[in-house]
Write a protein that binds this ligand. Sequence first.
Ligand code: ACO
Ligand code: OAA
Length: 440
Amino acid sequence: MFYMDYIKDKLITKGRPQAEIVKRIQKEYGDSVIQETTLGQVFSGMKGVVSLLTCTSKLDPDEGIRFRGYSIPELREKLPKLSEDGEPLPEGLFYLMLLGELPNDEDVKFLSDSWAKRAQDIPQHAFDVINALPKSSHPMIQFNSAILAMSTESHFRRAYLAGMDKRDYWDPMYEGVMDLISRLPVIAAYIYRRVFHDEKYIDPDPSLDWAGNLAHMMGFESEEVKRLMRLYMVIHADHEGGNVSAHATHLVGSALSNPYYSFSAGMNGLAGPLHGMANQNVMHWLQRLMDELGTDAPTTEQVREYAKATLDSGRVIPGYGHAVLRKTDPRFAVQLDFANKYIPEAPLIKLVKKIYDVVPDILTETGKVKNPWPNVDAISGSLLSSYGITEYPVYTMLFGVSRALGVLTQLIWDRLYGLPIERPKSQNLEWFKDKVGFKE
Ligand SMILES: CC(=O)SCCNC(=O)CCNC(=O)[C@H](O)C(C)(C)COP(=O)(O)OP(=O)(O)OC[C@H]1O[C@@H](n2cnc3c(N)ncnc32)[C@H](O)[C@@H]1OP(=O)(O)O
Ligand SMILES: O=C([O-])CC(=O)C(=O)O
């Protein structure tokens, strides 16, 4: 057993009975049919196939994400903040996802302090690995290389090799997850300053909260940027279990890979243009539009033509569409609210709104896009950029720092539940043809 803090104590008190339920339900109801699966679902990326047990958050196609039952507007109201007009602290969301209950100010302070302390012990070789890469390599390459390099510190790997009882795996997993989450902002800020600010690094300030400290280490001292960073870190944290980064983390973790290996797998998925990298691609798409038209305030007709040209050339419009959502993403809506409140005149925000007016109709006209509405990525980069974080290539990395909160919390719960290795069945094309009676 590792050092017992009160959060761990609460976790195991809640976790043991839940683990018992998982075992019992599997034993008593293992043969119950819960769903039928169509060939269309398999061939369209397993959409709608219920095949994962995830407790941290749940996605409704119309309402969007709820974290342990709480929507984003509810979180903004109920989670601890540093000031009345501030945004909720990501520490509080982590607490909620881990324990299923709302934290108080002391809980959040405990996590801020604990993460600040754990962030001090990053092994030098994690920075050496980053420095060995060309600065021109994408920040996600540098970020993920550092994550893998830090796996030398894995408590889980050591405990496993030492022959730990499998019922206790959650414990070193918790320790590794806490270390990893605490260290990601330091790594991300280091990469940002290395690539874009002449290697002029800024030391962490342990008196700051986790997201505030990230803004500080990146070189942004204003309360406004810190507030935005807290919001960004909260809204990107989790999107139930089936999205690529969450699923990849869970899948690799199911082989009892340590949290660093598991999270690294998730980050490789986040770096794909249809997932987290869409936030950077939105900015390229907007930039090209402004360059081609020579204005940051195009007309409706100009945006329509530009969007149509994108579709005609066989590309997707980044920031629009979703595999599950069927309405405007509430994460888009909350960022738009934020922008309307604080920076309504920012040219990029006006452009985002113009695109929102035009693109859904164009996507609907294709007759095939299931969700023509904007997702989180349609605005996040424009918001960051309007606040001075103008370097697009770091946006997915910032998304990754936030995503750690949800997917790594779930990894602790995976080990608490005692979930086995994941191994779905695959079949070749002949099998599917036979199954449905397909004739050539
Ligand atoms: C944090 C996140 O990961 S949010 C998502 C970020 N990704 C993006 O914004 C990229 C743009 N969006 C997309 O590519 C898609 O909407 C995805 C990847 C998000 C979802 O994909 P799917 O679930 O397969 O979407 P859907 O079932 O609606 O796709 C049907 C067709 O519409 C197309 N389509 C979907 N969204 C778009 C779009 N934004 N622009 C153009 N075409 C689109 C698909 O490419 C597909 O075309 P095809 O039949 O010729 O292959
Ligand atoms: O849910 C998804 O598939 C993609 C997404 O929006 C996320 O992971 O945040």
